[in-house]
Design a protein around this ligand. Structure first.
Ligand code: HEC
Length: 403
């Protein structure tokens, strides 16, 4: 029952998280596009009013005419739309989801004893420290190097790579990726909470008092907002990466993630420039080349020739095994989760079950892929599957996955 409740909570939080993130990022992409697409106002009257740029667009059966006042409009509008709750909701639902899955079940999701044999409480402590410490470090870099955008950009990118290296050497690959993403996403929401919104509030307050707002508030907020734009694609990749074990279970997963993040930021950069009329096709081409490089790098290598195993292990070389010989392994190591009546999960993850010989032979390819090729399963090797058992599964699969 408890597992079922966790599953439901997981579903509802994830649903909310994705919807809130779509709303937030959708709006944020829209404003980045608008900002870069602004043209100087055509009419003298608009210029006089202090309009810095404008854009006409057609959408949803009507025409829109957006105008941007750089520091502030001449007089305070009566109702002002703020963008903040979408961001806060995304963070809160994401953090709750992170708690329900990773922090409440560290043994299953956070820890991989082959990476580091951590006590559950230590793992939870370090994970939370990454989220909080990541923000302070990033914020510190911005304060320190904020005057030089380029240097700051490189420093932030390096910092993220260092964190990626660190997390992948502390946590299970899947969790390591997620922690890097959660850390960046926390910085994104914290940017909104600590910089963008307070800056806007100061401008609005000044305006309400009839003063001219200090342009520095807008500038600082804008800088954080630009960072958020480049974080977006990397973070979204990480949030879906848990479905792609070939990315996080690779030995060089930190490098794979770093390159994919770089490719994501480059592709985003292309769109940012495109909105201001520049089409720098080299960016997406380079991004795609990086992704192709990762694909080649992470491609499964052919298994070592059985002959080699022969000479080393002599008579115990793996002959083709029958399903009945590997079924007990799956029952012991996998069916605690992958079963119609799992004991470690509310329901069979991904709908994959290994209760009957039919279910096993149907999933032969996936079993081989997850347990042998990627070693992504059992999750965090909670059920302590041995290498010998993995080899037996390989022998069964390579021998034609006989029934
Ligand atoms: C602690 C629970 C747990 C154990 C034990 C476990 N799994 Fe999984 N498995 C999961 C979860 C969770 C997912 C879903 C991952 C995702 O969201 O993509 C999954 C997904 C899968 C998938 C589907 C992946 C895909 O997209 O094709 C396969 C196949 C699989 N596991 C095989 C195995 C095998 C084989 C074993 C035993 C060697 C095993 N699992 C042990 C939790 C477990």
């Amino acid at each position: 029952m408890e597992a079922f409740i966790t599953d439901w909570l997981n579903l509802l939080l994830r649903w909310l998280h994705v919807v809130a993130a779509i709303a937030w990022i959708g709006e944020s992409f829209y404003f980045v596009m608008l900002d870069n697409g602004l043209k100087p106002p055509k009419e003298a009257e608009a210029k006089q009013r202090g309009v810095f740029g404008e854009m006409w667009s057609v959408h949803g059966g009507g025409f829109y005419h957006s105008q941007k006042y750089l520091v502030s409009p001449p007089k305070m509008p009566e109702d002002l739309h703020w963008s903040k709750w979408k961001s806060y909701t995304t963070w809160m639902s994401g953090f709750a989801l992170f708690c329900v899955l990773y922090l409440l079940q560290p043994q299953t999701y956070l820890i991989d004893k082959n990476v580091a044999d951590l006590a559950p409480s230590t793992a939870v402590g370090i994970a939370v420290a990454f989220l909080i410490g990541g923000w302070f470090a990033y914020d510190g870099l911005c304060r320190l190097l904020g005057k030089n955008e380029r240097v700051l950009g490189i420093a932030v990118a390096l910092f993220v790579v260092v964190c990626t290296f660190a997390t992948t050497h502390i946590f299970a690959g899947r969790a390591a990726f997620l922690i890097v993403g959660a850390m960046m996403a926390t910085a994104m929401s914290a940017n909104v909470f600590f910089w963008i919104i307070p800056g806007q509030r100061k401008s609005v307050d000044a305006l309400a008092k009839g003063e001219v707002p200090n342009p520095i508030w807008g500038k600082l907020g804008k800088q954080r907002s630009v960072h958020n734009t480049y974080f977006t694609l990397p973070v979204v990749f990480i949030m879906i990466s848990n479905h792609y074990a070939f990315t996080y279970s690779n030995k060089y997963n930190w490098l794979i993630l770093s390159i994919i993040m770089l490719a994501g930021a480059m592709i985003r950069q292309f769109f940012v420039l495109r909105h201001s009329g520049k089409n720098l096709y080299a960016l997406p081409v380079a991004g795609a080349a990086l992704l192709a490089g990762v694909a080649v790098f992470a491609a499964p290598r052919p298994a070592p020739a059985p002959a080699a195993a022969h000479s080393e292990a002599g008579a115990t070389a793996p002959a083709a095994l029958k399903l009945s010989e590997i079924q007990p392994i799956l029952t012991q190591r996998c069916a605690t989760c992958h079963s119609a009546k799992p004991t470690m999960m509310g329901s069979a993850p991904a709908g994959v079950m290994f209760d009957t010989p039919d279910e096993i032979s149907q999933n032969a390819q996936r079993i081989y892929q997850q347990a042998v090729a990627l070693k992504a399963m059992p999750l965090g090797n909670v059920t302590q599957m041995t290498d010998d058992e993995r080899q037996k599964i390989a022998a069964w699969f390579n021998g034609g996955a006989q029934k």
